[in-house]
Design a binder for this molecule. Structure first.
Ligand SMILES: [Zn+2]
Length: 455
């Protein structure tokens, strides 16, 4: 009987909770389990970050998917392994954990791809996810509630054809989880210098803070982000790590691509918790509110909205403060509902596209003696202090005030980035140099699976 091979995709979400656990860990274990049982992966596992402006997410709003070539008659075996692995790596007693799995045979159909694309910037309901899963003929497996379904489904239909990056994650052994991570920070700085342009967000340049290690009790020891598997692996090998590593996995991901900031819309169409890009003109002078945050209002032809540039956004906040009425901007960020008030756009990226001339009207100088004239009062003319000559109100001189900011894109410092924020070093890169050939995947996978995991 001839073998019938088929693509098989597994989506997983929400195996993590605030108290430990991590969906990437579940995916890493499952991936290595399936590979060691002889199943052939089509790609690295995908780590898909979804709309970061949804408040009821766990930490990073990331979902995972795995992609294999499977013989038809082995499909049930793969599903069994998948379900068992998710059950084993999830603490189901955590109230906030609602693991969901999605199984899809064959390529992701268009409605599913559209669902995934909207999950990057919109708020999608579990009901909509169920309908999409049904129309895509995918199988849903819930371990508890249904909250993880949106992410699990969205991760299966993700589109990495345009832009993507990679992350290598090293996991801790159980006895070390919850203790201080023993990574030599000097070696991180050296690695950052050596792999500049190949990796990103290792260090915050302003504060020197190490960004590759998370804080808290999850199993992730560290993660290095970069343009291709070789770069992130090279970066990891360069670090001095003084604790055992339980396992290592490389993920293809949409981190660092601004994938959530592709939804260009009008002010009238904004809805709470969306991520959106609004193009408009500044309506009034920016103001500083408590905490040092800057608020400025913009309008387009459909309405106007307040934009909030938080103190932590650094140059985004400083630039916002220098905006003038009439300046043209494209503002990207999350839409926050305010109790009893209208929506606010929290600025994650500010692009200044046009600066108006800022004109200041000055009192004229006297035509007889050259002395600066003084105003005789509101709506009155001017009088020379020295020779008492008079000049009409219309004699005021327009003086151009130099603008303190320039046309350009302004980003928060790396320490304030979301997972999806595209770092400055990646501007101009839309098609990273990482061809998805079976060769590179096979080689890297073999090395990953066979890495002797000792310190
Ligand atoms: Zn005079």
């Amino acid at each position: 009987m001839p073998l019938v091979l088929t693509e098989f995709h597994i989506g997983v979400d929400d195996t993590d909770s605030r108290l430990g656990g991590c969906t990437t860990y579940t995916a890493a274990v499952l991936f290595q389990e399936l590979v060691s049982e002889g199943f052939k992966p089509l790609d690295f596992p995908w780590l898909v970050r979804l709309n970061p402006n949804i408040p009821w997410k766990t930490r990073g709003n990331g979902a995972l998917s795995l992609h294999f070539t499977v013989e038809e008659e082995q499909l049930e075996d793969v599903k069994k392994v998948a379900i068992a692995t998710v059950e084993r790596t999830t603490d189901l007693t955590q109230r906030a954990t609602d693991p969901a799995m999605v199984f899809l045979k064959g390529r992701a159909p268009n409605p599913l791809r559209e669902f995934s694309s909207r999950a990057l910037h919109d708020v999608l309901s579990v009901n909509e996810a169920r309908q999409t899963a049904e129309s895509a003929r995918s199988e849903v497996h819930l371990l508890k509630g249904s909250r993880g379904l949106v992410g699990a489904l969205a991760s299966v239909g993700a589109d990495f054809d345009h832009d993507h990056t990679f992350e290598i994650i090293a996991y801790r052994t159980p006895e070390n989880i919850g203790t201080k991570r023993r990574v030599n920070y000097d070696s991180v700085r050296q690695m950052d210098a050596l792999f500049r342009g190949l990796t990103f967000n290792n260090i915050d340049p302003e504060t020197g803070r190490v960004l590759i290690c998370p804080h808290g009790p999850d199993p992730v020891l560290l993660g290095i982000r970069g343009k291709d598997p070789a770069s992130v692996t090279g970066g990891l090998n360069h670090l001095e790590i003084n604790e055992p590593i339980e396992r290592v996995m490389i993920f293809r991901t949409n981190q660092g691509t601004d994938a959530h900031l592709n939804y260009h819309t009008r002010i009238q169409a904004l809805r709470p918790h969306q991520s959106a890009v609004i193009t408009g003109d500044v309506s009034d002078s920016p103001r500083i509110v408590r905490g040092g945050h800057v608020i400025f209002r913009i309008h387009d032809e459909t309405g106007s909205v307040d934009c909030a540039a938080y103190h932590a956004t650094g140059s985004v906040r400083d630039t916002s403060l220098q905006l003038s009425p009439g300046d043209s901007v494209a503002v990207s960020g999350g839409i926050r509902p305010q109790p009893l008030r209208e929506l606010t756009l929290n600025v994650e990226k500010l692009e200044v596209t046009r600066l108006v001339d800022k004109v200041r009207l000055e009192n004229p100088t006297c035509s007889n003696c050259g002395t600066r004239c003084e105003s005789m009062g509101r709506d009155q003319g001017f009088r020379c202090r020295k020779c008492k000559a008079r000049l009409p109100r219309t004699s005021r001189v327009e003086k151009l005030e130099p603008r303190k900011i320039r046309v350009g894109v302004y980003l928060p410092p790396p320490r304030a980035h979301r997972h999806l924020t595209k770092p400055a070093s990646r501007y101009g890169i839309d098609h990273p140099n990482s061809p998805k050939t079976d060769d590179t995947i096979d080689q890297t996978l073999v090395s990953l699976v066979s890495i002797p995991i000792v310190s």
